[in-house]
Ligand binder design. Structure first.
Ligand SMILES: CC1=C(CCC(=O)O)c2cc3nc(cc4[nH]c(cc5[nH]c(cc1n2)c(C)c5CCC(=O)O)c(CCC(=O)O)c4C)C(CCC(=O)O)=C3C
Ligand SMILES: [Fe+2]
Length: 362
């Protein structure tokens, strides 16, 4: 038990980040040069039954960008922004970084934390939503990394912040991205533009088993959470512009075997329909991604924007949360809120997944 006597700690003059002595940014990882691409894809898809053709196609996406995913640079920029923000607020909390699929690997980072004498760690994953891929798999990675710490070291205890999609700072950052994209559209279609929110498709079975079993919304938490963010961002944009625009949620980056159903519609198919219906313009907002991953660089900026261009449909891609100050402040808030609840012995329900939460992997 981390806090056998919560009252005594509550009344002390602890640091606002106590009981934590480090923050861990946990991410997916990505290749940095052409030689990295195949080993990276092997790491990602080990035991996942992804067809060879799909892997070759995804490899090409990476080669188109010189074998370098944007994700590691995005994470470095986010860590720098978090460190600066923490320092500006007088908070002394070192930030570590570990990935599931590429260097720096999570297990090495956790071992390094043990060597540095770090005992209690708060972890933020670069995914804001519930599902096996976006939450449970990261928890399993943490457990495995802690278990792999050599016996001569004391492994740190790691707590993971739960889904944070509805944090007002995350919503505000995405809304700002949509506002900037709208401003960049031609004047005559700006007010009639449709807001198309995009996230990573997942198998329907994964989506339906996402979230805590007891209060799981119909269809699963993954879709429900994205719809909530889409509505919140659209409402902020309406308030800021004085114009109500229609909005919807679509999907990108479908993978897996063709006979396994995944969430639809695909963004490209939907753009075809919207163009046929005479939609004047669209803004694509990648709310499913906290920063500009390869899915954003390829599936949206390369593929979907080309689809829109071919259809003669004016389209702009909105910025993801990235290092937007509202998102960076949201991270500080999530850290301080969790630390204070921990000191008071009041767990944050969403940070503790019940049995059966986000189980379905395919
Ligand atoms: C929900 C979700 C997120 C969002 C949450 C989060 O951020 O974690 C996400 C993120 C990412 N996915 C990424 C890359 C890949 N995902 C793949 C495969 C898959 N993703 C899935 C789901 C998700 N993925 C699923 C159900 C599969 C099928 C295989 C399986 O069941 O596990 C494959 C294999 C090839 C392919 O099949 O596409 C690759 C290369 C990158 C790195 C991008 C970069 O380099 O910038 C990132 C951030
Ligand atoms: Fe993925």
């Amino acid at each position: 038990m981390p806090n056998p006597d919560p009252l005594s700690t509550d009344l002390s003059t602890d640091q606002p980040t106590d009981p934590y002595d480090a923050l861990l940014l946990l991410s997916f990882g990505g290749p940095e040069k052409p030689e990295d691409v195949v080993p990276f894809l092997e790491n990602v898809t080990r035991g996942r039954g992804i067809p060879r053709e799909r892997l070759e196609a995804v490899g090409e996406h990476y080669f188109l960008f010189g074998g370098r995913s944007p994700i590691n640079d995005q994470n470095k920029a986010l860590i720098a922004a978090i460190e600066k923000d923490l320092a500006e607020h007088g908070l002394d909390l070192p930030v570590y970084w570990g990935n599931r699929n590429w260097d720096p690997y999570l297990a090495e980072t956790v071992e390094q934390m043990a060597r540095d004498g770090v005992r209690r760690v708060l972890c933020l994953a670069t995914s804001a939503y519930s599902s096996w891929s976006s939450c449970r798999q990261y928890r399993d990675n943490l457990e495995a990394a802690v278990a792999a710490v050599p016996d001569d070291l004391v492994a740190p205890e790691i707590d993971k912040i739960g889904a944070y999609y509805d944090h007002p700072g995350f919503v505000a950052a995405n809304a700002d991205g949509v506002l900037a994209a709208l401003a960049d559209l031609p004047d005559d279609v700006r007010d009639s533009a449709r807001l198309v929110f995009v996230t990573h498709s997942v198998p329907i079975s994964m989506s339906e088993s996402s979230g805590p079993p007891r209060d799981r919304p119909e269809g699963g938490a993954y879709v429900a959470q994205h719809l909530e963010v889409a509505a919140a961002v659209a409402a902020r944009v309406a308030a800021a512009t004085g114009v109500e625009r229609p909005h919807e949620l679509v999907y990108c980056s479908r993978s897996g075997a063709p006979h396994v159903p995944w969430l639809e519609p695909d963004v490209n198919d939907r753009l075809e329909e919207l163009a046929a219906e005479g939609t004047p313009a669209v803004v694509l907002s990648p709310v499913g991604f906290v920063s500009d991953h390869m899915e954003v660089a390829y599936d949206l900026d390369t593929e979907a924007l080309a689809t829109a261009e071919r259809l003669g449909l004016p389209a702009r891609r909105a910025a993801s949360a990235g290092t937007h100050p509202a998102f960076v402040a949201a991270i500080r808030d999530l850290v301080l809120a969790r630390a204070s609840r921990e000191r008071a012995g009041q767990p944050v329900p969403r940070d503790h997944c019940p049995l059966g939460c986000c189980t379905g992997s395919r």
